[in-house]
Write a protein that binds this ligand. Structure first.
Ligand code: GLN
Ligand code: ZN
Length: 759
């Protein structure tokens, strides 16, 4: 029997990698210290695999920062601004220089901007984008896969080195500045494949029997169109005389019959398919009459979510595949990078909820059990399967008939009760100034929150301190002269977790960390059951803030799509249904805010674009439910309440129509860095409501001048009439300090004044 996983979390059970990197960056530890932590983390992962009984263990799944960056370095695909590679590898000075270059690529330095970072397909992991040009000369410039293989071998563990595949690497890369118009990194395919070939030769010489090349790009429309290149690359790699057996693994969706046929024609030995994100892969496999003499690596254990696998359903899915390949190896649907490390670290979970969960460590047991069930027929396995099949107890509050009944009664998308207007009517400032919600989260605020959480601060004292913070944030905004104020969100640890902690149907974890990028980890809440709102979540803070000023205070909520995008969500019903439950809870919150006298309500949908499906054919259905959920949350308000929404990005190409359909009165977006193109796009798409294109970039500590902001505003006014333009920074201010925020907002208000004077 054979069982494996495509990859594993690299941060360590206690975020050891984060701590080691941050200490190294701060100069508190040496390169040797960092390397030692890394070597230990790798060893522990391999030992976990071995202890679980997984017989095919991956290596080279570790990374100090990002595996795409590792790949670029491995093949010397490094832009000139980072200088040449230090000579020689290994210990001492050279190692420190090597690490410095590595982390400069990832994080930049005073005078060198880092590689751009972007989302890894439709996950919350972010990778660094390689920059390639016709001048790029690939060569094998590193030994990482080889040395990790050798490290494991030294421990008596045979592994399968994992690499980003050449097609995926090139299609994820971008042309470097100055590359000729129309040039594509894909033009480097043959050169790159040649160097991969050299690497495969070295791995074979070191004794590696298997290698895994990841081609998730085949799950996208763009990748699917490249069957000719796919076939060419793997025909060439497969044709190398000395090489390990090649697994081409694909994930995040099915790859279609054309790519399957193309891979079938190449000499690669094994093909990995994701049967969780792309269950239709089974039909595609049948449609091409199976893989012939190749092995199928069947991804049936969900690598993206935290639910325990339904073993009987997985077996039912695996059964028919047995006849469609020479052999079937049971695997996870993708790397386990996207789930927390170990459920055993959670000590506070309701046992009925825990019984439904499996983190990375537990998923290894699942692939092993499934692998055994497929090949063996012994009693112990049968008993394990039977117990895994036993019906799970329903956790407290798993089902809420009242929520379901209310949703049925509400029907599809309720129509907003309002007149033809966009801003709540009444008298108001032209070019109103506002912010996106959060004000700087000072060390003191964070300390107050954590002391309260730990029980060292009474509720009364906590409330008093938070109110004092709100007082000062309100006073500052009045002094600066902003028009629509906010309370500043000091009570929020995170824009999703705050709500998850207050809604029924969610649990949060203690150590359920997942890498987002580099050393940054997030701890997504788990949405396990029907969502309900036991009591108002934000009203007291908003009402208090409103009581301190005669200017309007904007209530602040996180939207249903964003709450889902940044949580692990139950998979026993369509996402659309779960979104409606979250939306209903928010709808009640909106109504309570309004009843309490809050006249502006912002519902942030930072992740609306993030959840957009990889395939064009799936996008409309997604947008329909996403928009429906937003409207369900916001459409209950009266005609004099202004609904705002905020999105943290500006490339709306694919969803510009959706913004209109959200039916918010005002949309604020991140436009500071895109020179107002977005405003143009929106106007062209027929958007006729309020818009607040961020007039300065809060992601940088730089304070923008009045003139710059003025210029920004005037350029926006070329696309949008003054009565629909709002003036705001491009995102929340929580990551900034007051020394930057205060002058920046003063300049923003002054710029708005000057522009108004010329209207
Ligand atoms: N209201 C949130 C804030 O200001 C929005 C955050 C976000 O867009 N990511 O922090
Ligand atoms: Zn934002």
């Amino acid at each position: 029997m054979t069982a494996t996983a495509h990859g594993y979390p690299r941060i360590g059970p206690d975020r050891e990698l984060k701590k080691a990197c941050e200490s190294y960056w701060a100069g508190r530890s040496t390169a040797a210290d960092l390397d030692a932590v890394a070597a230990r983390l790798r060893r522990d992962v391999w030992e976990d695999f071995r202890a679980a009984g997984v017989d095919e263990i991956p290596s080279n799944t570790f990374s100090y920062y990002d595996h795409v960056l590792d790949t670029a370095l491995l093949f010397d695909a490094v832009p000139e601004r980072f200088g040449p590679a230090p000579r020689g590898e290994g210990a001492g000075e050279d190692r420190a220089a090597e690490l410095e270059r590595y982390f400069t690529l990832a994080r930049g330095s005073d005078d060198t901007p880092p590689l751009e970072m972007t989302k890894w397909f439709d996950t919350n992991y972010h990778y660094l984008v390689p920059e390639l040009s016709p001048q790029t000369r690939f060569r094998l410039a590193g030994t990482k896969p080889l040395s990790e293989y050798n490290q494991a071998k030294g421990l008596g563990i045979e592994t399968r080195p994992v690499l980003v595949g050449p097609l995926t690497f090139l299609l994820l890369a971008k042309p470097a500045a100055g590359a000729p118009e129309g040039w594509s990194p894909l033009q480097l395919l043959d050169d790159l494949v040649e160097v991969y070939g050299t690497l495969l030769g070295e791995l074979a010489a070191a004794g590696a029997r298997q290698v895994q090349l990841d081609e998730p790009i085949l799950a996208t429309d763009e990748g699917r169109e490249r069957t000719a290149e796919l076939e060419r690359a793997y025909a060439a790699l497969g044709g190398r005389p000395r090489r390990p057996e090649i697994t081409v693994s694909t994930y995040f969706g099915s790859i279609g019959t054309a790519a399957l046929e193309a891979l079938k024609r190449t000499p690669v030995e094994r093909i990995g398919l994701d049967l969780v994100a792309g269950p239709e892969a089974a039909d595609e496999l049948a449609a091409v009459s199976g893989l012939g003499d190749k092995t199928l690596v069947a991804g049936v254990v969900d690598g993206r979510n935290v639910w325990r696998t339904d073993v009987s359903a997985a077996l039912a899915r695996l059964g028919p595949l047995l006849g469609l390949a020479r052999e079937v190896v049971v695997s996870t649907s993708c790397s386990l990078l996207h789930v927390p490390v170990d459920l055993d670290a959670e000590t506070d979970l309701d046992p009925a909820i825990r019984a439904r969960l499996a983190f990375a460590r537990q998923k290894l047991d699942e692939v092993v059990l499934l692998g055994r069930a497929l090949s063996a027929d012994d009693e112990a396995t049968a008993a394990q399967i039977a117990s895994a099949r036993a019906a799970l107890p329903e956790p407290e509050g798993f089902r809420d008939p009242q929520v379901r009944a209310r949703l049925d009664a509400l029907g599809e998308v309720p129509v907003r009760n309002r007149e033809e207007r966009w801003n709540g009517g009444g008298e108001r400032q032209v070019l109103p100034t506002t912010t996106i919600g959060s004000f700087p989260q000072t060390a003191e605020i964070r300390k107050t929150r954590s002391e309260h959480r730990a029980g060292r601060l009474s509720d009364e004292e906590y409330t008093a301190r938070m109110r004092a913070e709100i007082d000062s944030v309100i006073a500052l905004q009045e002094d600066i002269g902003l028009d629509v104020l906010v309370h500043g969100e000091p009570e929020r640890n995170d824009m999703v977790q705050y709500f998850a902690e207050r809604l029924g149907g969610f649990v949060t974890t203690q150590k359920g960390w997942v890498q987002s990028y580099g050393s940054r980890c997030v701890r997504p809440p788990i949405l396990y059951g029907d969502v309900r709102r036991p009591e108002p979540m934000t009203v007291d803070w908003a009402v208090y803030a409103q009581s301190r000023t005669s200017k309007p205070v904007k209530g602040m909520l996180t939207g249903p799509v964003t709450i889902l995008a940044w949580s692990f969500v139950r998979d026993d019903q369509p996402l659309a249904d779960t979104a409606r439950q979250v939306a209903l809870a928010l709808r009640d919150e909106v109504a309570d805010l309004e009843r309490a006298g809050i006249r502006h309500i912002q519902v942030d949908e930072a992740a609306l674009r993030e959840l957009l499906p990889l395939r064009r054919q799936d996008r409309q259905a997604y947008l329909d439910w996403a928009i429906g959920a937003f409207r369900l949350a916001t459409s209950g308000v009266g005609a004099s309440t202004t609904v705002h929404t905020h999105m943290c990005y500006s490339e709306f190409g694919r969803i510009v129509g959706a913004i209109e359909a959200l039916d918010a009165d005002v949309t604020s977006v991140e436009a500071a860095r895109s020179h107002m193109e977005l405003v143009d796009d929106l106007e062209r798409a027929g958007y006729r409501r309020g818009i607040g294109p961020g007039v300065y970039d809060i992601h940088s500590p730089r304070v923008p001048s009045v003139e710059e902001i003025e210029e920004s505003l005037r350029s926006a006014l070329r696309a949008v009439p003054a009565d629909r333009l709002w003036v705001n920074p491009d995102c929340g201010l929580k990551t900034r300090g007051y020394t930057e925020v205060e002058p920046a907002l003063r300049n923003m208000v002054e710029a708005a004044r000057r522009v108004r004077a010329d209207l």
